[in-house]
Write a protein that binds this ligand. Structure first.
Ligand SMILES: [Fe+2]
Ligand SMILES: [Fe+2]
Length: 301
């Protein structure tokens, strides 16, 4: 790639609209999510932090948002509508946003129907339905590949699955050599230790095999709600950086969990820098965490 491009990784926004809860939901999985929202006021997802973060990213000159799922909490249409309004008011057009769904965006089977995720966020997701994955689009020298792991699960479960059809299409995509820097967006972490049966990626081993055979240049994920940096094996003894980022708008006093985003600067050499910005509750500013200055050279990710 030739151009310099500043992007931001946001994930697990969990946009909350507690008032959406309805009596009929007492009989559904939404009851546990709603109770969590009501009792966890100490660590809550705050819409005003999303407005603040998007405004700050615009000021920084971020030209593309990379969002890896769990956009909302209970997958009500109202949550999606309000989140979409934030995006529209922020000035980031659908052409400047790439996103994939997470398990909370498929909270109930109906959540994946046209009236919710796809109806409201389809233009930002570059997909009209769950069978459109993997998605592919280019932005500058980047090739952004969206992988969906979202599917409805039983109460207490949060696992994800890529599925055989999507794996086959993804292999065809990765097999092509375009010369672009390939960024994979996926909600569930594709790393071996995250393969738990109740909230992991159930076919993670098959996905890792594709990366090992055909490669990728960067994998971004969410779901874990904390920051992580690791690598997966790639072709010919190479390794692929895998970055997870904590929740974007979590109003938690603990510095490691507080609202954050990851900035990614791409240039001729691919990913040249990456660093976190965290919301400072006292000043209201977004800045790198204490003791973590912006790296001056390409990091080891
Ligand atoms: Fe999440
Ligand atoms: Fe998740």
């Amino acid at each position: 790639m030739t151009d310099t491009l500043l992007a931001a990784h946001l994930t697990d926004i969990h946009y909350p609209v507690p008032s959406s809860f309805q009596l009929r939901d007492l009989l559904s999985k939404r009851i546990t999510g709603a109770v969590n929202l009501l009792v966890s006021s100490r660590r809550a997802f705050r819409p005003h932090l999303l407005k603040s973060l998007l405004g700050h990213l615009r000021e920084l000159g971020v030209s593309h948002l990379l969002i890896t799922g769990d956009l909302v909490n209970l997958a009500y249409a109202e949550e999606y509508l309000r989140l979409r309004t934030h995006l529209e008011e922020s000035g980031f057009s659908p052409g400047q946003v790439s996103m994939v769904p997470g398990n909370h965006d498929a909270y109930l089977p109906s959540s994946m129907a046209q009236e919710t995720f796809w109806e409201n966020l389809g233009p930002y997701a570059w997909a009209a339905g769950p069978t459109d994955y993997p998605t592919v689009r280019t932005f500058g020298g980047l090739e952004i590949i969206g992988v969906s792991t979202a599917l409805p699960t039983a109460l207490g479960m949060a696992y994800g699955e890529v599925g055989q059809d999507q794996l086959a299409r993804l292999e065809e995509l990765l097999r092509r050599k375009t010369g672009r820097f390939r960024v994979i967006l996926i909600h569930h972490p594709p790393t071996p230790g995250a393969d738990t049966w109740h909230d992991g990626l159930v076919d993670g081993a098959q996905l890792r095999r594709l990366f090992w055979k055909h490669g990728a240049d960067l994998i971004l994920h969410g779901h874990e709600h904390y920051d992580s940096e690791t690598r997966l094996p790639g072709p010919g003894g190479s390794t692929i950086p895998v970055l997870g980022t904590g929740c974007a708008i979590l109003d938690d006093p603990r510095p490691a969990l507080r609202a954050r985003a990851r900035l990614l600067r791409f240039g001729p050499g691919g990913l040249e820098r990456q660093w976190l910005i965290v919301h400072d509750a006292a000043s209201g500013h977004w800045r790198p965490p204490a003791g973590s200055p912006i790296p001056e050279s390409p990091t080891g990710v």
